[in-house]
Each structure stands twice: as structure tokens, then as C-alpha cells.
Design a protein around this ligand. Structure first.
Ligand code: FMN
Length: 176
């Protein structure tokens, strides 16, 4: 797949067949995250947690279900969580810190498409995670790291095909 085909066929996958991704696929996905651009090259302001521990994922999903009546991982066997140092004393610059994390996740989503692995961005469960001290503690995050966003990954029986993407889906204007 070339890059544009991967971009134009990526979609959120919410059906998984329970099979995990291989170590080699995980290595490529993490390499895609590590190839992301990061504001001012401050790579140390980010942290990646690869979570495949079923017990932990169940606890996290149980908590989400309790709060929202929704299990957020759709049976995906892996969640990669991206955390970032969010400076509380410089609120005008936090867009960079959140954007860094989102870009890592999007790079992983494109890599997953190329590999034929199912993926979906997951933000709702991360918001809830930040309210649960016990779940946070088990992640052993480096000091000051705040979970920002995540991606679920797993094998799927769905196929990627080029999608019909309306070019006006997102409001656009031109300042010429
Ligand atoms: C910032 C962000 C947060 C998202 N959070 C969730 C989520 O928590 N759960 C979910 O199922 N999908 C989530 N999605 C996926 C969107 O619902 C999805 O991208 C959108 O419906 C468009 O569909 P597509 O990805 O198939 O093009 C999120 C996407 C983004 C970019």
C-alpha cells in the first residue's frame, strides 16, 4: 500500500476476532509512533504504555461500563496509551503536548492500516482513566505524565478498501 492508499482506506475498526497482533507487527507499530514529529523534538515529554494484560484491560473496561454503560475496547486485545507531560503553568502551550500525543496515535493507525490490523482511536476511556487513581497507579507512568489518548489494536476480519471520501467533509476556506 502506498501512503495515500493507507490514508484513504484507514477506518475505525470496532470488530475484532480476539487474535492478538504479532510481536513483529507491534514492533512496526511502535516504530511508527517513534517516527512521529514531536514539538521542539522534546521526545522525553511523551510516554507509551503497551497494555495487553487482560485483567487490567477488563478492570479498565468494567470501570468505563460502570460510568457510561459502554465497553470501549470492542474485544481488541491490545491498547496502546500515549501520555504526555502537560505543563500546568503554561496553559497557552498545552496544544503542543496534546497534539504530540495525538500524532503518535495517528501514525500508529496508519501503520496498522498498512499491516491490515484493526485499530480505533480511543479518547473516552482515557478521560475516565484519568479519574481513577487505582487504575492510574498500576500503569507506573513516569512522574508528571498524563494519559492523553489511546489506540486499540487487534486482528480483524474486516478488510481495508479505498473509501469514498467527500472532499468537503470538513469545513475549509481559502485565504488567497
Ligand atoms: C480524537 C478522537 C477520539 C476518538 N475517540 C473514540 C472513542 O473513544 N471511541 C471510539 O469508538 N471511537 C473514537 N474515535 C473514532 C471516531 O469516532 C472516528 O474516527 C470517526 O467516527 C470517523 O470514522 P473513521 O475513523 O472510520 O473515519 C475517536 C477519534 C478521534 C480522532
Amino acid at each position: 500500500m502506498n501512503t495515500l492508499d493507507a490514508l484513504f482506506s484507514r477506518k475505525s475498526i470496532r470488530t475484532y476476532n480476539g487474535e492478538n497482533i504479532s510481536e513483529e507487527q507491534l514492533r512496526i507499530i511502535l516504530k511508527a509512533a517513534n517516527s512521529s514529529p514531536v514539538g521542539r523534538a522534546l521526545f522525553d515529554t511523551l510516554h507509551i504504555s503497551v497494555i495487553t494484560n487482560k485483567e487490567y484491560l477488563n478492570k479498565w473496561e468494567d470501570y468505563c461500563e460502570e460510568m457510561t454503560s459502554h465497553r470501549p475496547f470492542y474485544g481488541a486485545p491490545a491498547v496502546i496509551l500515549v501520555s504526555s507531560l502537560i505543563p500546568s503553568d503554561d496553559l497557552k502551550s498545552v496544544n503542543v503536548n496534546f497534539s504530540n500525543a495525538a500524532i503518535l496515535v495517528q501514525n500508529m493507525a496508519i501503520a496498522a492500516t498498512e499491516l491490515g490490523i484493526g485499530s480505533c482511536h480511543i479518547w473516552g476511556a482515557v478521560r475516565l482513566l484519568n479519574d481513577n487513581k487505582d487504575l492510574l497507579k498500576e500503569l507506573c507512568l513516569p512522574e508528571g505524565m498524563i494519559p492523553c489518548c489511546a489506540i486499540i489494536l487487534g486482528q480483524t476480519d474486516e478488510k481495508y478498501e479505498l473509501r469514498d471520501i467527500p472532499e468537503n467533509k470538513i469545513s475549509t476556506n481559502f485565504i488567497e
